[in-house]
Design a protein around this ligand. Structure first.
Ligand code: BZD
Length: 816
């Protein structure tokens, strides 16, 4: 290929970089692509025209990226994830295309401010929580690190539900995120794929291993992609999202003509339901057929697309694994393993052993949990009905695998039973995590402790068999989104302190801030930034300690422990109104799975406690509880910059990593936390004197459980704890929370009461530090300074070097 300006070949003009040129293009987008005029343009027309104009600025980089990648025929990274929480796109794409300033000027021609237009940008909520947001940070960093990569996912019509409070409890509404269209998306109908479900298998004459699968239902997968630009580089990768459609044959014209309208479309509706809605399921397995259908739909479409791409430049299957690495984001896409086997063996006629050798070298698996109930399993009978050929393949994989185990550990039947991909209980089930370990080259946890506990507990037998397969890759977060975009004041101050903004893609440079941690003028400005962010958030008095707990609601995360602290504070202040209290604003945000009643009860109690405190003139000057509705990426970007204190208080050994903990520390919040997940690594880096530690560690917690834990002992012994629980039982908070007290006194699965006193002690240490603003500010600066490790750019460098073994491909700049 000659010059890298691909537009020259076809005589396209180069897009201008000046305000005038940008404005011309904006008006042209409005006129020709929205089909309207400045006079009659709605706010949404203006938004769309701007989005298209910005998108165009990335399209050329995308074309050069595709050409450079094609030319170098590299090993591609394919990230398979059922979830992406990409966050709002406009501001990010303005930043990554370097058009923020010209755009702000140009939109004046539309009679609107940039802020007004940005407020119309709807985030695609195609994920539940940490796992979905991690996928988004990783694709950002893959582009930033020039890794040739595609993220594959599902284009759900409805994302994570919208949460509102009704009478203090969580109410859910559907999230029709693309109702107004989505200007960021490029449909690619030519790349549609055909996916089968149900049916039966037939033998193929002359072959032992090959089978013919005759599906009973056929669905189309139609892709569209969104651009994923790298920061400070030319690369623009894509996330390709699949949407299910009925085929032409699924519309029954004769029935429609006969007036049977519902029946006429029923097949198409059934097909489209596959990508209708994201499962709002953050922990427990609903066991729904539709969810398994979604998973297979994602995997089947993506694998065929991956193979299509491979064959553009390669012809020998022996090269497939060298050119392809598919990272499985948890077990949700694990069905891709038997699907690749099916494609290679049944469709491309490779022999089993070669296909298996290719498959195992092609996949890697990231695990995101330790909770046994969150490990996915599917009933064998469901598989048999929905994916009959895949079940046969899984059986054969399992048979050969168990032979391998038997050879290594002869006669150890217990081990065979424990390790089998098929679990034999009341009901036989396919264990997806086992399939994922057996069918991949590398398995990783997401923080040091998590990876260690995986090897020592849930995957111990597998770690015995294949110790080298198990690795750790500690999670990270995008400093562009979570500092530069979310916290521009802090970003500017850091840039000034460091002399340039190179830290945005070299985050370890934040360590240079250490020398400013005692500089009085810098400290004063640091405080002013935090205060201004608090004023913007407007959650409470900006001079109060802003104490935030923002994450999905789950008992293991222990929002209930924070609440017991709040109730105790309330009772202390009531008893001694003249005391020298540190004013606090306690902010909760997060969603509970709609069917998770215990979590929803905790939300109800938070709001009831908040209302009681607000109505109490003695306590309310010192304590305020705020519940921010509908927590999502956009709201996180407003709360995190304003936080003084970050609550990371899960029971040790339960939170795989956490990523909110990293975002908060990076933005100068101090952490009160347990020795869980990445908290341990945060504390090791920011220094133990700059972290408020409390609670049992993972081994102590396990020991307490084994010895027989009695939560009532803590209740009897600790008078403040007893008073807090008794107040709930007595109905002091509008009668809410009695079920919570029953479960805490009955079994307290997550040792809330065992950690209560230690937590309150840590909170007293928090207040001692807060009373000394110089001490607090220094601690805050040092938290930011030593959080550079938690950039997702580092995470990607780790995956690239140790798991994927891929190198960057540089995309040439536009010819000057
Ligand atoms: O993944 C989370 C973990 O709980 C966090 O500790 C970790 O930091 C992040 C990223 O590694 N897990 C999830 O968010 N899990 C889910 O959202 C999920 C979704 C569907 C089904 C099961 C779990």
């Amino acid at each position: 290929m000659g010059p890298m300006d691909l537009r020259q070949g076809i005589g396209l003009r180069r897009l201008g970089t000046t305000t005038d040129e940008f404005q011309q293009d904006l008006l042209s987008s409005l006129y020709y692509r929205r089909g309207t005029t400045v006079e009659s343009a709605s706010a949404h027309d203006a938004y769309d025209a701007l989005a298209l104009t910005v998108r165009d600025r990335l399209a050329d980089r995308r074309a050069r990226t595709a050409a450079a990648h094609y030319a170098s025929n590299p090993r591609w990274v394919y990230y398979l994830s059922a979830e992406y929480l990409l966050g709002a796109q406009l501001e990010q794409n303005l930043l990554y295309s370097g058009t923020g300033e010209v755009a702000a000027q140009a939109v004046k021609a539309l009679g609107r401010s940039l802020q007004e237009i940005e407020d119309l940008d709807v985030e695609p909520g195609l994920g539940n929580g940490g796992l979905g947001r991690l996928a988004a940070c990783l694709v950002d960093s893959m582009a930033t690190r020039d890794i040739p990569a595609v993220g594959y996912g599902i284009r759900y019509d409805f994302g994570i539900f919208k949460q509102s409070l009704e009478n203090g409890g969580q109410a859910e509404r559907p999230d029709d995120w693309a109702f107004q269209g989505n200007p960021w998306e490029f449909p690619a109908p030519d790349d549609r794929q055909t996916v089968g479900f149900y049916g039966h298998t037939e033998p193929i004459a002359g072959s032992q291993t090959r089978k013919r699968w005759v599906p009973g239902e056929i669905v189309l997968g139609e892709p569209s992609h969104m651009l994923v630009p790298g920061y400070g580089t030319e690369t623009v990768n894509i996330v390709r999202l699949w949407r299910a459609r009925g085929s032409e044959a699924s519309f029954d014209l004769s029935r429609f003509s006969a007036g049977q309208y519902a029946e006429a479309v029923q097949e198409a509706v059934r097909a489209e339901n596959i990508s209708k809605v994201l499962y709002p399921d953050d922990s427990t397995e609903l066991g729904r057929e539709l969810r398994l259908k979604q998973q297979y739909f994602l995997c089947s479409c993506s694998l065929r697309d991956i193979i299509r791409r491979f064959r553009l430049r390669n012809s020998d299957w022996a090269d497939f694994a060298a050119k392809t690495i598919i990272q499985l984001n948890d077990t949700h896409p694990t069905i891709a393993i038997p699907e690749l086997m099916r494609l290679l063996v049944d469709e491309y006629e490779l022999d089993w052993d070669q296909a298996w050798s290719i498959t195992r070298r092609t996949f890697a698996y990231t695990c995101h949990t330790l909770l046994p109930e969150a490990l996915e399993t599917w009933p064998v009978h469901l598989f048999e009905r929905l994916l009959p050929r895949h079940l046969e393949i899984i059986y054969l994989i399992n048979l050969l695998f168990l032979r391998e185990v038997e050879a290594r550990f002869p006669g150890d039947n217990d081990r065979l039973r424990r390790m089998s991909i098929i679990g034999e209980g009341d009901e036989r089930r396919v264990r997806m995590a086992h399939l994922a370990v057996v069918g991949t080259e590398a398995v990783n946890g997401v923080a040091e402790l998590h990876s260690k506990l995986l090897r020592e507990t849930v995957l111990q037998d597998f770690a015995d068999l294949w110790p080298a397969k198990f690795q750790n890759v500690t999670n990270g977060v995008s400093p562009r989104r979570f500092v530069k975009l979310a916290n521009p004041r802090l970003a500017d101050l850091i840039t000034e302190g460091l002399g340039d903004d190179g830290w945005l893609n070299d985050l370890e440079r934040l360590a240079e801030l250490e020398s400013l941690a005692d500089d009085a003028a810098f400290m004063e400005r640091w405080r002013a930034v935090k205060r201004a962010n608090k004023v913007d958030l407007a959650a409470g008095d900006p001079d109060s300690l802003t104490d935030v707990m923002i994450k999905r609601f789950h008992e293991y995360k222990r929002q209930q422990l924070k609440l017991l602290h709040v109730i105790t504070m309330y009772q202390r202040i009531r008893q001694n109104p003249a005391g020298d209290w540190v004013p606090r604003t306690v902010l909760f945000a997060g969603k509970a799975a709609p069917a998770y009643h215990a979590a929803k009860n905790i939300i109800r109690l938070i709001n009831a406690v908040g209302a009681t405190i607000a109505a109490d003139p003695v306590v309310s000057p010192y304590l305020k509880v705020v519940f921010a509705e509908n927590y999502n990426v956009t709201l996180a970007e407003r709360i995190i910059p304003a936080a003084d204190l970050s609550e990371q208080i899960s029971l040790a050994g339960k939170e795989a990593s956490g990523t909110g903990n990293m975002k908060l520390a990076l933005n100068g919040a101090l952490t009160v936390g347990t020795l869980d997940g990445a908290n341990i690594e945060i504390r090791a880096r920011v220094g133990e004197e700059n972290f408020f530690l409390f609670g049992l560690d993972a081994y102590q917690a396990a020991e307490v459980q084994i010895r027989g834990y009695n939560p009532r002992e803590h209740y009897e012994w600790d008078t403040e704890l007893k008073a807090a629980l008794d107040a709930i039982t007595a109905g002091r908070f509008d009668g809410a929370g009695r079920e919570l007290v029953d479960s805490l006194l009955g079994w307290d699965e997550y040792l809330t009461l065992a950690d209560y006193r230690s937590y309150l002690d840590a909170q007293e240490e928090v207040e001692r530090a807060w009373r000394d603003p110089a001490r607090w500010t220094r601690m805050s600066i040092l938290n930011t300074a030593h959080s550079g490790f938690f950039s997702s750019d580092r995470t990607i460098a780790d995956y690239a070097a140790r798991i994927w073994r891929v190198a960057p491909v540089t995309v040439p700049k536009e010819d000057q």
